[in-house]
Ligand binder design. Structure first.
Ligand code: MV4
Length: 486
């Protein structure tokens, strides 16, 4: 691999190119008209314009991306996440053009892209799954009978779905017909595929995902889990590794199950197997994401493994250089996604210019923006990921609070105050939380209240310092507790 084209933008394009450069591989960026001055374009050795701002005319154009690789002589393409990363047809055309796709084979993408196909693929293995049916239903009477058999509440899911789209909770038999119609039409309009199936609804689960890594020589390992339970409308906001609640024994069982899921589809490269963990700590396989995840850095910080480097090595046909026994967890890592959204205003997109953009020095910040840039409205509103590591979970939380404090962004509203809210919340700090965290505890007032408290403490401290100086006393340094409040 001599030259890698990164078929993406923003923080992930930069993050992939940094590792490629460190490995002595030349980099090619692609970009849309609105991204001409973006950092990923400036960073790359070469850059190719794809087209106008809308993704459908730029980052989603398979033909243009492959043409860009041909033009520049790139011998490999990394898809990042989102855009074409889980498009089996893209992987197929890249291969057909004689270019290395840094990712799994098209077949694995295809199988795991459909939840019913994924369930069928792992059926021969001993993978726990939520009680339910393994085929599409269309008939309301049949669906009602199945639901009564499983027991309410049930969840209707779209086979082609992901990220919670087309999902409907049904509490009683009388609601099945209406909710099923809605789920089917939602699935049809969102995915062009109206197939839906039924599962028992698991209340207040945790979302635990296992990172796997497989080479082309038959080795497949797990790099432990990430807990992504802090979500808002299926959008993850805070992620951590390891989970605060897994015992070493449960971690091993979930890791081994994840490896089996990967093996069931002949997986190659870095992938993520998603599980639900119920309140009794039973785990169930949900789906597999056949790409690098946004939240992969927390795994990198606890394992010391650069996942992009491993993806590239696997794509070059190398054997994994370590075994399962050689992998271990060191400390605890947290990631906060910094979105251009206003938590005080129902997370409304906050469009505008980054008048000030000063990331903290004592944290890993995977970002794609510079001071003075405008956040384009055409793409995902995530501007950066704030990632910290500590010897313990408590230490990681304190470091996150300090890093949030040291991150100055003005000109737009961001989810930084939301991150502070989470890190200060007793339920999060204790580790006793579920995917219901945001619905259960978050109110815009809570963030405003906390901001007021920060200002009050700051004002009190300033007054105290002033008084101390008047009194000719020694001025104390702010205590850890005081800093933690900010
Ligand atoms: C579930 C569930 C409860 N029971 N399945 C949401 C997205 C998709 N990946 C699967 N999801 C869920 N599936 C059963 N049988 C609850 C969710 C769910 C959820 C899962 C992970 C993270 C956040 C979530 C928020 C709401 C619902």
């Amino acid at each position: 691999m001599k030259k890698l084209l990164v078929a993406n933008r923003g923080e992930i394009a930069l993050r992939v190119m940094r590792t490629a450069r460190r490995m002595g591989i030349a980099t090619v960026a692609v970009y849309s008209e609105v991204d001409r001055d973006a950092p990923h374009v400036a960073y790359a050795d070469e850059a190719v314009l794809l087209g106008p701002a809308p993704s459908a005319q730029s980052y989603l154009r398979i033909d243009k991306v492959i043409d860009a690789a041909r033009q520049t002589g790139a011998d490999a393409i990394h898809p990042g996440y989102g855009f074409l990363s889980e498009n089996a047809e893209f992987a197929r055309q890249v291969e057909a053009a004689g270019i290395t796709f840094v990712g799994p084979r098209p077949h694995a993408i295809e199988v795991m892209g459909n939840k019913l196909a994924a369930k069928a693929a792992v059926a021969d293995y001993d993978i726990p799954m939520v009680p339910g049916i393994d085929e599409a239903v269309r008939d309301v009477a049949q669906a009602t009978a199945i639901a009564e058999d499983i027991g309410f509440p049930i969840l209707i899911k779209a086979a082609a779905g992901g990220g919670g789209k087309g999902m409907r909770v049904v509490e009683s038999a009388g609601e099945v017909a209406e909710q099923m119609q809605r789920a089917i039409s939602e699935a049809e309009s969102a995915f062009g595929d109206g197939a839906v199936f039924i599962e028992k609804y698991v209340a207040a689960p945790r979302h635990i995902e296992v990172q796997v890594l497989a080479d082309t020589h038959g080795s497949c390992l797990y790099l432990f889990e990430r807990d992504c339970s802090i979500q808002r409308r299926h959008q993850k906001v805070v992620e951590e590794a390891p989970s605060a609640v897994l015992s070493p024994e449960l971690r091993r069982r979930m890791g081994e199950a994840a490896v089996q899921v990967a093996q069931a589809c002949d997986y190659v490269g870095a992938g993520t197997v998603e599980f639900l963990l119920d309140e009794a700590h039973n785990f169930y396989f949900l789906e597999m994401n056949t790409r690098l995840q946004v939240e992969h850095p927390v795994t990198e910080l606890i394992t010391g493994v650069d996942l992009v480097e491993q993806q590239i090595r696997v794509a070059r046909g190398e054997r994994l250089a370590f075994s399962q026994e050689e992998l271990s967890i060191t400390g605890h890592a947290l990631e906060l996604r910094v979105y251009a959204e206003d938590p005080a205003n129902n997370f409304l997109p906050s469009i505008g210019t980054l008048t000030t953009y000063r990331p903290p020095a004592d944290a890993r910040v995977d970002g794609g923006f510079r001071e003075g840039m405008t956040v384009p409205i055409n793409y995902d509103p995530m501007i950066a990921k704030l990632i910290v590591h500590g010897a313990t979970r408590a230490e990681a939380i304190e470091r996150m609070l300090a890093a949030i404090n040291d991150f100055t962004i003005t000109g737009i509203e961001t989810t930084l105050p939301f991150g502070r809210f989470v890190c200060q919340h007793p339920a999060f700090r204790s580790g006793a939380f579920s995917t219901n965290f945001v619905a259960k505890y978050f109110t815009p007032e809570a963030v405003a209240e906390q901001d007021r408290a920060v200002e009050e403490v700051a004002a009190l401290f300033a007054a105290y310092v002033h008084q101390s100086q008047q009194d000719q006393l020694t001025v104390p340094t702010p205590s850890a507790a005081w800093r933690a409040r900010r």
